[in-house]
Ligand binder design. Structure first.
Ligand SMILES: [Zn+2]
Length: 374
């Protein structure tokens, strides 16, 4: 196995500990005294926003921008870029779940670019400089704080895909488990399945190296140990483990890439409006079966991380205990051609250990309970 990939991306500075998020704004001021902070509604509702505002050093002007909710769109990034421009922001911070972090990241990456976001979503990132970006995750699962990727949807074309740019990688990440307190159980659960999927797909990926395997193996062990306890008590020590497990997993897949679950999850999520982690949790057992013969080393590492349990048996039992229902059952994909093309064109699918054919895509979506026509 390769020790280290040709290119390795890691955030510049990572701070960990309860209460660290109140150090976010003082640290961001190193990049200038005008910044924009993106957050979700929950941060305002749980008082976290007020605490952040109180921590803002005097003389620093922060524009606060609340994400309206849902999966981020290119239009929302346009709005955010305009707000950053009007405010004269020289840095962008995001405190939230994966959608909020992706919005902030895309805004930082495109802040000085001339075209609308849709142009870069379709054709790749610009060459204009990016603004410094700081990420504080409030869910444990997406790993967005560790990646150079923003997953965006274009509502006009219905295409959901990643915008990638090295310069969008966070320069500062704050892992503060207090941010998970009071998170809704269902979104915690879905984020947990996303993280588990990312750990397992990273371990099985054709891009896995010794380095990413260390991160994903340790990440998987932490996630498996802590997910249920953290769900039961979001203020517990388990929540700290979960947040760290998710971050390790994020750094792993940022460097190894993923597999067919993520190849399927974006086009399925865009068509059926089901949260990303939920779709991942439904696809993961199928992918583990599909890849069983093709990824013996990755699955062996997973087994060790899971205390000797087989990954497929572990995931199935967990999905049962956490009552992961299947809202895809009985639904129809009516545009088989474009759907299959999107799955096959995905960089995630390209890193799946077993090559994926159009027939395989049809097989996998039928196994999810979907009908595929056209
Ligand atoms: Zn994911």
């Amino acid at each position: 196995m390769t020790l280290w990939g040709q290119e390795t991306v890691l955030p510049a500075l990572v701070r960990q500990g309860r209460g660290e998020k109140n150090d976010l704004l003082p640290r961001c001021t190193a990049w200038g005294n005008h910044g924009l902070l993106v957050h979700g509604a929950s941060l305002r509702e749980n008082g976290g926003l007020e605490a952040l505002q109180d921590s803002c050093p005097s003389g620093v002007q922060v524009r606060y921008w609340e994400h309206a909710g849902g999966e981020p769109t290119v239009e929302q990034v346009d709005d955010l870029r305009e707000a950053a421009h009007d405010h004269g922001a020289t840095w962008i911070a995001a405190v939230g779940g994966g959608s909020v972090l992706d919005l902030g990241k895309a805004c930082a990456g495109l802040a000085l670019a001339p075209q609308p976001t849709a142009a870069y979503h379709a054709a790749g990132p610009p060459e204009t400089p990016a603004l410094p970006f700081a990420a504080v995750p409030t869910t444990a699962g997406t790993g967005s704080e560790a990646t150079k990727v923003a997953v965006l949807t274009n509502p006009l074309t219905g295409v959901k895909k990643a915008l990638r740019r090295q310069e969008m990688l966070a320069r500062l990440v704050i892992l503060d488990a207090d941010c998970l307190k009071g998170a809704p159980a269902e979104s915690m659960r879905n984020a947990g399945f996303d993280a588990l999927t990312q750990a397992l797909e990273s371990l099985m990926s054709t891009g896995a190296t010794w380095f990413t395997t260390q991160l994903a193996g340790q990440g998987l062990a932490l996630l498996a140990e802590s997910l249920e306890a953290a769900l039961a008590d979001t203020g517990s020590e388990a929540a700290e483990q979960l947040l760290l497990g998710s971050f390790l997993t994020g750094m792993a897949f940022a460097n190894s890439r993923l597999g067919v679950v993520h190849g399927l999850a974006h086009p399925l999520g865009a068509r059926f409006s089901i949260p990303h982690g939920h779709v991942c949790g439904l696809c993961l057992p199928l992918a583990l079966e599909f890849n069983r013969e093709a990824a013996p080393k990755g699955l062996q590492t997973a087994k060790e991380a899971l205390g000797g349990k087989d990954a497929l048996a572990f995931v199935r039992a967990l999905a049962d205990r956490l009552t992961l229902d299947n809202p895809l059952q009985g639904k129809t994909i009516s545009d088989a051609g474009p759907f299959i093309n999107e799955v096959l064109a995905s960089g995630s699918t390209a890193h799946n250990p077993r090559p994926v054919s159009a027939e395989d895509v049809r097989f996998l979506v039928r196994a999810l309970g979907l009908t595929i026509n056209g």
